[in-house]
Design a protein around this ligand. Structure first.
Ligand code: SF4
Ligand code: SF4
Length: 412
């Protein structure tokens, strides 16, 4: 295993981290036996960082990770989990959430603790509720060893958050299609310049770079001197960056683990040849051509006076299209853009065709027409009713989690 150093602490972390959001399942539940064997095989092979969060596997991931770490693995493996801004409504909620997480993870301290999925709205909300005091106190009492944040907003907000505190680390979405999207390459370099360890999520863009490969990208890969899978090419591209500390992979298959372990052993910083870098640029261009809209996520079209998050709309549409997603795409759309979970709507249907964005797009995308197509595809009639049902289902899940945490405290 290859290890990389966290600049501010000297911690030595495996460049391959285990993402516990896509574990093997039986039906909709985690396949305990298979998932446990897979996670332990990763630990035995040298993976020493596992990342979980409250919502993963409908609330079951943290408790699973707690069981996986119980006993000999707890000392050798660092655990990361996150404060969900959408279930926190007061400073006291933050402490209660952390207490429940420690209980589920069977630990007195969280090694790497993140504010989950920060963007402008979530960051402002947590700041107003006193999150800085929460982090300072939790670090001082040892309940949190290292504070960080995961990020899905724009570059300007990312820089502002990096500057706001003495963070140990951050977690960003980064892959060949996200060089100019969200934090992107500029954010990666900014974080590293400020001595933050950078954990990378979505190195395969939710599996798209492994499973939805356009023929022109296949052609580029087929011409490579060394034949590798699309997933390996995509992981190597991320691990090649010296600013990257850990690359999280949501592994749910023994073969994926073996392949990723080999990639992690071989791919040192700056190890890609110029031919490989050119090949990856060719593959990236093939994906961009195959996508619904050639949006690069640059954000020049923003802000929209009516609240549409134009790059996020197109990003989700492209992902769904390349992954050929069915009904689950509409649920993801309602949650991520429709505000079904956090009440913040940035969806395509908010567009009022004012035209303000149209002249700013360097890709000359017909934004209004594209958003109109999205609105018809994802929202359609009964949009508010659909959102209500999804938000109600999510609320029931959250209440079950809170009840479980309460019962757990009663038993202590
Ligand atoms: S045309 Fe639509 S998306 Fe563009 S700025 Fe106006 S309302 Fe927003
Ligand atoms: S300006 Fe164009 S390419 Fe850039 S984010 Fe907006 S729609 Fe996408």
């Amino acid at each position: 295993m290859q290890y990389r150093t966290v600049p501010k602490t000297g911690d030595s972390l495996s460049v391959l981290g285990f993402g516990a959001m896509r574990l093997p399942v039986k039906g909709i539940a985690i396949d305990e036996t298979r998932a446990m064997a897979l996670v332990h095989a990763a630990f035995d092979a040298g993976v020493n960082y596992i990342d979980t969060a409250v919502p993963y596997h409908m609330g079951a991931s943290e408790a699973f990770v707690g069981r996986a770490l119980a006993g000999k693995y707890r000392e050798q493996v660092k655990v990361a989990t996150k404060l969900p801004p959408w279930t926190v409504h007061s400073r006291a909620d933050m402490d209660a959430t952390l207490t429940a997480q420690c209980s589920r993870l069977q630990t007195k301290k969280i090694d790497y603790y993140l504010l989950h999925s920060l963007n402008r709205e979530n960051w402002d909300k947590l700041l107003a509720l006193g999150v800085m005091d929460f982090l300072d106190t939790a670090e001082a009492t040892g309940r949190i060893q290292n504070a960080g944040f995961s990020f899905h907003g724009d570059l300007e907000t990312f820089r502002e958050i990096v500057d706001a505190r003495d963070w140990t680390f951050c977690q960003i979405q980064y892959n060949i299609l996200d060089e100019e999207h969200q934090a992107g390459t500029a954010g990666l370099e900014y974080a590293a310049k400020n001595d933050l360890a950078v954990m990378v999520m979505e190195p395969l863009r939710g599996g798209m770079l492994a499973n939805a490969v356009p023929s022109a990208a296949h052609d580029a890969y087929d011409a490579a001197t060394v034949q590798r899978s699309p997933a390996t090419h995509a992981l190597r591209w991320v691990m090649n960056r010296p600013e990257v500390t850990v690359v999280l992979s949501g592994m749910n298959d023994e073969a994926h683990l073996r392949e990723n372990l080999q990639t992690a052993r071989e791919t040192l910083p700056n190890s890609l040849t110029s031919d490989e870098v050119a090949m990856m640029a060719e593959a990236r261009d093939a994906w961009r051509r195959a996508m619904q809209v050639p949006c690069t996520g640059c954000g020049y079209c923003m802000p929209c006076p009516f609240g549409v998050n134009i790059p996020e709309c197109f990003n989700l549409w492209n992902n769904h299209s390349l992954r050929e997603e069915g009904w689950t795409a509409k649920i993801e759309y309602a949650v991520r853009l429709g505000g079904a979970l956090d009440g913040v709507s940035v969806n395509a249907g908010l567009c009022r065709a004012c035209g303000k964005c149209m002249t700013r797009c360097p890709q000359q995308i017909p934004i209004i027409d594209a958003l109109c197509t999205m609105q018809q595809t994802y929202e359609g009639p009964l949009w508010k009713a659909k959102k209500f049902i999804i938000s109600h289902a999510a609320g029931v899940g959250t209440r079950i989690l809170a009840h479980r945490a309460h019962k757990g405290r009663e038993r202590e």
